[in-house]
Design a protein around this ligand. Structure first.
Ligand code: ATP
Ligand code: MG
Length: 462
């Protein structure tokens, strides 16, 4: 039988140690026992037991001192105190010093088994929670990829906002532009020590719940506040603690709830539904929306006062088609990300035609769409180079139309043209579109980087 855990007993009464040893052995625990405190810390360290059962009154040394030394070891060993007198005082003192529990002599053996079992279970759960927190903290995507001027500007604004520890932030942008990613990035920047000081990140979608349910989720309620309120319930503002509360799709929140939210944001306290107590709100509140809130204000669908309050610290993420320089960077990033994740390293990169198609496409689903496209290719295609035919149909048809449009729409005038002037003009347009990035400009013109450089020199466009 697999051992249920290691138990170390220390009691100067031999009768007690042998009685407990027998009972716990038969329950499947691995038991070691000592009757003197000599060299006890060394012995405990060598054995590293899950539980030490420790007599409070030992002739050589006080059990309380030993407890403190065990706690000082910084291991997961739990201590259960064995006390002869049933005055609560000593036991309470031991608990304050970190004992997991205590048992009063004479023992009821069933009670001993229950307490040991519960203590081991509690330790196991704590280790599991610590582990999951750590994994959660490390594995959440929080890196903002992109080198465009827009993304660089956004990152520097994010740094300023996090450095100032502002309490309310608004993030706007089309669907899939990375609003939640930026919210998480802010959260992890504020709580980089998230393993030792756990600060939760809690999100709620304001469009997904009916108004009353959303209100009770956000604010919580007291028992009896309404028919279904059978017991007290904490709201998300409370549960978010010192962490972050993400109010997703804030633009969809009903007007009456908007005014309650404004009050919370201004006063930094909440009252549970049916409650009287003012509970402080310490969390950072991040709202996101893909709606244009100032237009919603004009249409009378969003409160102006709330809009101004939320908009004090706002981050707008432009759509991907407005920062095309980031497309190849993100595409390569997702290629390497999914190649690692699916352990499929066949694909080495994108052909220049494919990059061209990706640059021409207008990405209505933004980065989420790009990420999904690359994930699909990594999983389904066995190719070394990603070619246009591996992209979804929309991409290639669009690129083809773009090409045909140009061919058919350009009609040489009777009087002829100055080809050099036209070429020069198109190069200038491409450079402007690419914000002077020659690689992108070359792609826009479908020429190589070197030939673009040659042309730039030739026309004196440097
Ligand atoms: N700059 C970026 N770098 C890397 N990954 C990104 C970036 N921006 C977005 N992503 C990824 O794109 C996906 C969509 O991002 P996210 O969920 O944050 O978008 P959103 O703006 O909240 O969208 P919606 O409005 O639909 O909720 C996520 O998987 C996210 O990790
Ligand atoms: Mg989102």
């Amino acid at each position: 039988m697999r051992s249920k855990g290691k138990v170390f007993l220390l009691d100067d009464d031999k009768l007690i140690t042998s009685m407990l040893s027998r009972a716990l052995n038969s329950e499947g625990y691995e038991v070691s026992a000592e009757t003197t405190a000599d060299d006890i810390i060394n012995k405990i360290q060598n054995l590293s037991p899950d539980i030490v059962m420790l007599d409070i009154n030992l002739p050589e040394k006080s059990g309380i001192d030993i407890l403190q030394e065990i706690k000082g070891m910084g291991t997961n060993t739990q201590v259960i105190m064995l006390t002869a007198d049933d005055t609560a005082e000593t036991a309470v003192r031991a608990m304050k010093l970190g004992a997991a529990d205590y048992l009063t002599k004479p023992f009821n053996i069933e009670e001993v088994k229950i307490i040991i079992n519960n203590t081991i279970e509690k330790t196991r759960l704590k280790q599991e929670v610590d582990f999951l927190r750590k994994v959660n903290c490390e594995s959440f995507e929080k890196d903002i990829i992109g080198e465009s001027i827009i993304i660089k500007g956004l990152k520097s604004k994010i740094d300023k906002i996090t450095d100032a520890h502002v309490s309310t932030i608004l993030i706007t942008g089309e669907s899939g532009t990375g609003k939640e990613l930026i919210a998480r990035h802010i959260h992890y920047s504020l709580h980089s020590l998230c393993f030792s000081h756990y600060a939760p990140f809690i999100g709620i979608n304001c469009a997904a719940l009916p108004e009353l349910l959303l209100e009770s989720e956000l604010f919580g309620y007291e028992k009896g506040a309404f028919t279904d309120a059978k017991s007290d319930k904490k709201g998300l503002f409370e549960l978010a603690g010192e962490g972050t509360l993400l109010l997703d799709e804030i633009g969809e929140m009903k007007m009456s709830l908007q005014s309650k939210l404004l009050r919370v944001i201004e006063e930094r306290t909440i009252r549970r539904i049916g409650g009287k107590e003012e509970i402080p709100v310490n969390a950072t509140v991040i709202s996101t929306t893909n709606r244009n809130l100032s237009e919603a204000v004009e249409r009378g669908e969003f409160r102006m006062d709330l809009f101004y309050r939320l908009n004090t610290f706002s981050l707008h993420i432009p759509p991907l088609r407005d920062r095309k320089e980031d497309i190849p960077i993100l595409a390569r990033y997702f290629l390497s990300y999914f190649s690692t994740r699916y352990n499929k390293k066949t694909i080495k990169g994108f052909s220049s035609e494919t990059e061209q198609c990706m640059l021409t496409y207008n990405w209505p689903g933004n980065i989420r769409e790009l990420k999904n496209v690359i994930e699909r290719i990594v999983v389904l295609e066995n190719t070394e180079m990603i070619l246009p035919e591996h992209l979804p149909k929309e991409f290639t048809t669009l690129a083809l139309t773009a090409k045909t449009e140009l061919k058919d729409s350009f009609i040489l005038p009777e009087t002829g043209i100055n080809l050099d002037e036209l070429e020069k003009n198109l190069i200038l347009q491409a450079l402007k579109k690419a914000r002077n990035n020659k690689t992108i400009a070359a792609k826009l013109l479908n020429v190589s980087y070197d030939s673009l450089r040659y042309q730039i020199k030739k026309f004196g466009l440097e």
